[in-house]
Design a protein around this ligand. Structure first.
Ligand code: GLU
Length: 425
């Protein structure tokens, strides 16, 4: 399925609940601007390789566009466009002064032998040496420099990009404009203007929305948490829930499979095991579960923190969680949203549940523009306030219109996009 359909289907669901003029609707269907092209550089095996690069700016009604850069062997134009649309809706749900964008790089496989394709898929980006990764990032920055900038479009990390990649982008862009410009990217190392709390922000945002949901549902018992994906968001979310002492982490997984212990797992030990062995699978004192089975385990909170499209019409009937909260982008299909809603499962959709990352990116950008450094406590307190506020706005739309939190998030965000679009004319 074309991933863009998920956002468009959500827009169609939400549209009857707001007064959206056709000109604004038309703009939301497609990006405002998209840049793509090729980069050819020498790589580690001594050959030259060609990469396709993308930067898509979807909508700027509410401010400069914002969104991460993904380095992944499967990145393509449709996916980047889908993710840029998601950023428009995510920033609007959070009432940030941003629009949506996304970027990405993948090897170009055109005309290559199956062996070469297999090599590149395995190589990029996990096995690429730092000097080659730096060269690729600097060339990409040079290509997109005309359309990014602290008041135009501000990239950030996404899948397989990190603070070092952001440092190279900041440095290359600064060379082009002739002065040090920290506000052009977020997710930077702290010494270069990064924000305390940014690294944990996605998971912390999910955590705050879940606490609000539990309060709303009147749930006061000890809870169990099941997490698909043990990367940045999944592993940090596990720690946050564990540290409260009110939750047992009963199951976690990575791309190789999952582990389960009904008495609870210690996330620090699991992370240590994963760092040593490359996977959570094989962790002592736990049973193996497949990623499919994990999703249907009985639990209080299910966190899909890995891939798109994992909760579908084929398994939504079998989900046994009270709350599903989504650190990943696009894990639940629109049909599955209907099924979960009809079954009374409380779903906190991706554009709300994982918006903590871009929210602290916004804080980082604000600090950069003002030359200030906030404490971690201040960042976390502001994040908590923002997440609670947005959660309750979405909840109010859900209750007023008797729709799922998924549709309600699009209604709340859509109203803001309509108002901003109308006023700008
Ligand atoms: N890549 C993250 C997301 O999907 C963060 C984007 C940002 O911080 O700009 O929300």
């Amino acid at each position: 399925m074309d991933p863009r359909q998920l956002i468009l289907a959500n827009l169609e669901r939400a549209r009857p609940f707001m007064d959206m003029p056709d000109n604004i609707y038309q703009k939301l269907l497609k990006p405002e601007r998209a840049l793509d092209g090729r980069i050819v550089i020498p790589i580690d095996d001594g050959t030259e390789a060609t990469f396709n690069y993308y930067r898509v700016q979807h909508n700027s009604h509410c401010g400069p566009t914002k969104g991460g850069i993904r380095y992944h062997p499967d990145v393509n134009r449709a996916e980047v466009e889908f993710l840029s649309m998601g950023m428009t809706w995510k920033t609007a749900v959070m009432e940030l002064r941003y629009g949506g964008a996304k970027g990405g790089i993948a090897p170009c496989y055109e005309g290559l032998s199956p062996e070469r394709i297999a090599f590149l898929r395995d190589y990029f980006p996990k096995k690429m040496s730092l000097p080659v990764l730096e060269r690729l990032t600097r060339e990409y920055t040079e290509k997109i420099a005309p359309i990014i900038g602290p008041y135009k479009d501000i990239p950030a990390p996404d899948v397989y990009t990190n603070s070092q990649v952001m440092a190279w982008i900041m440095d290359e862009y600064s060379k082009i404009v002739g002065y040090t410009c920290p506000g052009v990217v977020t997710g930077k190392p702290i010494v270069l203007g990064g924000s305390l709390g940014r690294n944990e922000a996605t998971a912390r945002g999910t955590f705050f929305t879940v606490l609000e949901a539990l309060r709303h549902l009147g749930y006061e018992k000890m809870g169990t948490v099941v997490i698909q994906g043990f990367g940045n968001a999944g592993s940090i979310a596990a720690k946050l829930f564990y540290e409260t002492g009110n939750f047992l982490i009963t199951s976690v997984s990575d791309s190789k499979g999952g582990i389960y212990n009904r008495c609870g797992l210690n996330p620090d030990d699991v992370l240590k095991f994963k760092k040593e062995t490359g996977s959570v699978v094989g962790y002592p004192d736990a049973d193996f579960v497949t990623n499919e089975k994990l999703l249907t385990l009985p639990c209080t909170i299910l966190l899909p923190a890995a891939l798109e499209n994992v909760i579908t019409k084929d398994n939504a009937d079998k989900i046994q969680a009270i709350i599903v909260a989504e650190p990943a982008n696009g894990p639940t299909t629109i049909e599955a949203d209907d099924i979960l809603f009809n079954r009374g499962i409380f779903r906190i959709p991706d554009i709300l549940a994982n918006a903590g990352g871009v929210t602290v990116s916004y804080f980082e950008w604000v600090q950069n523009l003002q030359g200030l450094d906030w404490t971690e406590e201040e960042v976390n307190a502001r994040l908590e306030a923002k997440m609670k506020y947005a959660f309750n706005k979405v909840l109010a739309e859900s209750q007023a219109n008797k729709v799922s939190m998924g549709t309600a998030a699009y209604i709340h965000a859509g109203k803001r996009l309509v108002e901003a679009g109308r006023l700008r004319g």
